[in-house]
Ligand binder design. Structure first.
Ligand code: WTA
Length: 656
């Protein structure tokens, strides 16, 4: 659907879906009073939420705001792993399933809280034996297997800072992240399953570590068990098998008393310029807010089987596969592989098998399900579901309605949750027992959160008008800085509207009911299947190829992925455009960054539209790629360039 029609649909969207009464009656939050309560005294509200956690020592001050630097629960002492494990052990939850895991080939593993505690302690002791200390960084590059949350919680237990790198990233992307964090230890696996094939994680790790001198040890989980994956990729003394390392470790390990503001993790995310940014989250505020939102938005209760389908390599997996549900003593489902392996019913088979009651996924996945057809979910018993969620990108109303009808069977509320790697936890979302949902809208800021849609000068826009989404006061789970680069933190997030107003990088509008509709990124970040890719990163990868003189990359709307990458490329003298070179360049980008950054199409061109000061006008490239009338071209150095490019693009599209 063209963006314009899509916008029209959003502008007219007026269907409201109030919470079903039987849902509201049992919901964790079922009165709108919570908004007023939070507004009356925001800090008291967050202090009450922090009481959900176990503190070794209570805080002296709720918030210390030295704009744009925040500290929450100052003076408080706690441990994230203790909160996710130990405190559940002295109740019936000791033998409750903490993690239900299913491998892509079909194996099952259930870890009770007792089991998870033991495995975390053993691995925490192993890390200590390797010399890892409080504050050290540990990079984790693992598939979706139980060892991934075990490794994260083991780091948290001893006060080491984890940096999880998504298993789909390339060796080079991994190297850059290890180097930036100066990690001493890398944890990986021989490989991981994906759609029946094996991703060679150890091989990638070797290539990365060869250029990352900070790394002393590499711990390897035997996931696949194929010797060929490690033969020739093993450095004695540096590389250690996970199972050898934990074999004789004690089954208990004290949880370090961490300061509320001690770093918990770094997670890299793409920005509009420069290398990926190391978003830093700390312990007390982050854990308070993920636990609170898991309770308030995802409505997690003791008898739920909860499944968030995100990979833990992204922030959604950190907050809502691992920390949120475990902090509340919930049961979290983890699935290793692809949704269409061995067939397109895999997700629904998992829902049926484990009787999943809360299901949280991404719009791009929902659009794939729509394309595959409603007959797939129709074959399975989905009657256990009671709540659905989405995250990561705007959900178009058609997809929302499809989800409601074919997955929720018109019984389940849907929470469209807006947030970011930087925000740590959900900030804008319906409360499923309170808010009337509207397809395509994340509705309103949660209790305790202050967000606004403003124009370029920072003034709130009128209902119906578009503007920039900003957060106007600090929140507990906010990033504290960018690892090693506080200036970039200040400039990126607080450079536009001053030090007290956090700029999200998203465009949004308020509809006539005051509901917020997110329109997507306004910076040069592309959202491919909900994953952030910076145009700059892809352009750098392209110009790294000897054939490429210059490249400009844009996101163009895509039926399933939301956005897909289109690259405009100027070749160097002596290179001829053609399908082979196009393939080679796509492959080159995938190898440099990872498959998610692979361009969908490459347009060879002799020239690019630039302003007189030499800045590429991506807006015009987007107009061309989406077949729109061209916007204002008067600032171009040479207006003829776009006309030529447009004709050429249309010719190529007609040919494909
Ligand atoms: C987008 C993912 C519309 C947005 C948790 C944001 C959304 C970026 C929504 C962050 C939503 C996330 N509706 N857009 N419900 N949720 N986004 O850091 O553009 O991977 O800035 O965090 O995803 O992506 P990130």
């Amino acid at each position: 659907m063209a963006e314009r029609e899509h916008l029209e649909a959003l502008l007219q969207e007026s269907r409201l879906f109030p919470p079903p009464p039987e849902f509201a009656a049992r919901a964790n939050v079922n009165s709108p009073d919570i908004y007023a309560e939070a507004a009356r005294d925001r800090l008291a509200f967050w202090a009450r939420q922090a009481e959900r956690l176990h503190w070794f020592r209570k805080w002296d001050q709720v918030l210390q705001w030295d704009p744009p630097f925040a500290k929450w629960f100052v003076g408080g002492k706690l441990n994230a792993a203790y909160n996710c494990l130990d405190r559940h052990l002295d109740s019936w939850r000791r033998t409750k399933a903490a993690i239900i895991w299913e491998g892509e080939p079909g194996e099952e593993r259930v870890l009770t809280y007792q089991d998870l505690h033991r495995e975390v302690c053993r691995f925490a002791n192993a890390l200590k034996a390797l010399g890892v200390q409080r504050g050290d960084r540990v990079t984790i590059y693992l598939p979706m297997i139980p060892e991934l949350p075990i490794a994260m919680l083991a780091c948290a237990r001893i006060g080491a800072v984890h940096s999880v790198v998504f298993g789909g990233f390339s060796a080079e992307a991994l190297r850059d992240r290890i180097r930036d964090a100066q990690a001493r230890v890398v944890i990986t696996a021989d490989g991981g399953w994906r759609r029946g094939g094996v991703i060679p994680l150890k091989k990638n790790t070797d290539a990365a570590v060869a250029q990352a001198p900070s790394v002393e040890k590499v711990v390897v989980v035997r996931r696949i068990g194929d010797e060929a994956l490690v033969a020739g990729h093993w450095t004695p003394g540096r590389d250690l098998w996970w199972h050898d390392l934990v074999r004789d470790q004690p089954e208990t390990c004290p949880a370090e008393e961490m300061d509320a503001e001690d770093p918990l993790f770094i997670l890299y995310t793409s920005g509009s310029t420069g290398k990926p940014k190391g978003v830093l989250h700390t312990t007390g505020g982050y854990l308070t807010q993920v636990a609170t939102t898991t309770w308030m938005v995802l409505d997690l209760k003791d008898d739920d089987i909860y499944w968030c389908t995100a990979d833990i390599g992204w922030v959604t997996g950190h907050s809502y596969v691992v920390y949120g549900p475990l902090a509340l003593g919930g049961t979290t489902v983890m699935y290793e592989g692809a949704p269409d392996y061995p067939d397109r019913g895999r997700f629904w088979q998992i829902v049926q098998k484990y009787r999943v009651s809360i299901f949280y996924t991404a719009p791009t996945a929902i659009r794939s399900f729509m394309k595959w057809g409603e007959e797939w979910p129709a074959r399975y018993d989905l009657s256990s579901l009671r709540l659905l969620g989405t995250v990561g990108e705007p959900i178009n109303p058609e997809a929302w309605i499809w989800y409601h009808r074919h997955i929720g069977r018109e019984r389940c509320p849907i929470v469209d949750t807006w947030w970011q790697t930087e925000t740590g936890a959900i900030l804008i979302s319906p409360l499923p027992g309170v808010t009337a949902a509207k397809p395509g809208s994340a509705t309103r800021p949660l209790p305790g959160i202050e967000a606004e849609v403003v124009d370029g000068s920072g003034e709130p826009v009128r209902p119906g008008e578009g503007g920039f989404l900003v957060i106007t006061s600090p929140w507990p789970g906010m990033l504290r800085t960018l690892w090693g680069d506080p200036d970039r933190y200040v400039n990126t997030y607080f450079g536009k509207f001053g030090p007290t107003v956090y700029f999200t990088g998203d465009g949004a509008k308020k509809d006539p009911d005051g509901y917020i509709v997110i329109l997507g990124r306004v910076d040069d970040v592309i959202s491919v299947a909900g994953h952030r890719v910076g145009t700059w990163e892809v352009e750098s990868a392209l110009v790294d190829h000897p054939a490429v003189a210059e490249a400009a990359v844009i996101g163009r709307s895509h039926e399933v992925k939301g956005q897909a990458i289109t690259a405009f490329v100027i070749l160097r003298e002596g290179y001829r455009p053609g399908p082979e070179l196009e393939q080679e360049l796509k492959q080159h980008v995938a190898q440099k960054i990872g498959a998610i950054a692979r361009p969908e199409e490459i347009i060879f061109t002799a020239d690019l539209p630039k302003t007189r000061s030499g800045k590429i006008m991506r807006r015009l490239l987007r107009d061309i790629a989406e077949g729109r009338a061209l916007g204002d071209t008067t600032t171009l150095a040479d207006p003829a360039v776009v006309a030529t490019l447009k004709a050429q693009y249309e010719e190529k599209e007609a040919g494909d």
